[in-house]
Design a protein around this ligand. Structure first.
Ligand SMILES: N[C@@H](CCC(=O)N[C@@H](CS)C(=O)NCC(=O)O)C(=O)O
Length: 223
């Protein structure tokens, strides 16, 4: 029995990753929402999650934190969440680990904020370098591993797509220009039924984080 603790859907990009993966593969779970912007939220997080962060998966009450650890734990019961081919599976793990550990400039300059669609502006050099790296990874992987078996990185949807789904949201929100292969992949992720479900729920949330909303406004104003 899985319980998944997640943050505000509008802002919590890490929460989106395992949520999307579990939804896509039909892995049953009970969803619990934790407000990240109310006083006392840290004490609540400490009681729910070993690293006082969301997402946190509970299996019969046992806590599994860090998105990549959650995915690997799920993969023990559901190996289909990684590609079947060994080389593709290894590459999917490399991409997922790189996402988990990297792209700090991109994540900090362009936080997920689904209520915005911005005109965009020229990103700082280190942000552009992260964007270029993501584009290169997406293009290379689609070219080498998708086998035209589907619109995702490895053809069929995998954990690697769940890891990059919030980046697709960021590219859309901040109006980042993408070459055709990367643009089609971003659109495929955004059109995933579970992504639409998540976004619709995010738009209905009333709680706002002034700091993130101001950052978005500073990034080119509302469209
Ligand atoms: N490396 C962690 C990152 C988790 C993370 O930073 N989560 C944020 C929300 S997106 C959080 O819980 N922040 C705690 C807080 O705002 O107090 C993972 O992969 O799960």
């Amino acid at each position: 029995m899985f319980d998944l603790y997640i943050g505000n859907k509008n802002y919590s990009s890490w929460s989106l990753r395992p949520w999307l993966l579990m939804k896509h593969f039909g892995i049953p779970f009970v969803e619990h929402s934790v407000s990240l912007y109310r006083p006392g939220h840290t004490a609540l997080l400490k009681s729910l999650s070993g690293n006082a962060r969301v997402p946190c998966l509970h299996e019969d009450g046992f806590q599994i934190w860090e998105s990549i650890a959650i995915m690997e734990t799920l993969a023990e019961r559901h190996p289909e969440i990684w590609p079947a081919d060994a080389r593709a599976r290894a590459r999917a793990r490399s991409l997922s680990a790189e996402m988990h550990a990297g792209f700090a400039a991109l994540r900090s300059a362009m936080p997920m904020n689904l209520k915005f669609e911005l005109k965009g502006k020229s990103p700082a050099l280190e942000v552009q370098q992260d964007i270029d790296r993501v584009i290169a990874l997406w293009e290379e992987t689609r070219c080498q591993f998708s086998g035209r078996q589907g619109p995702y990185l490895f053809g069929a949807f995998s954990a690697a797509d769940a890891m990059y789904a919030p980046v697709a949201c960021r590219f859309h929100i901040y109006n980042v220009a993408l070459p055709p292969v990367a643009g089609h992949y971003r659109d495929a992720l955004l059109a995933h039924p579970a992504m639409i479900e998540w976004r619709e729920a995010a738009l209905k949330e009333s709680e706002a984080c002034a700091r993130y909303d101001q950052l978005a406004e500073d990034y080119g104003g509302r469209r």
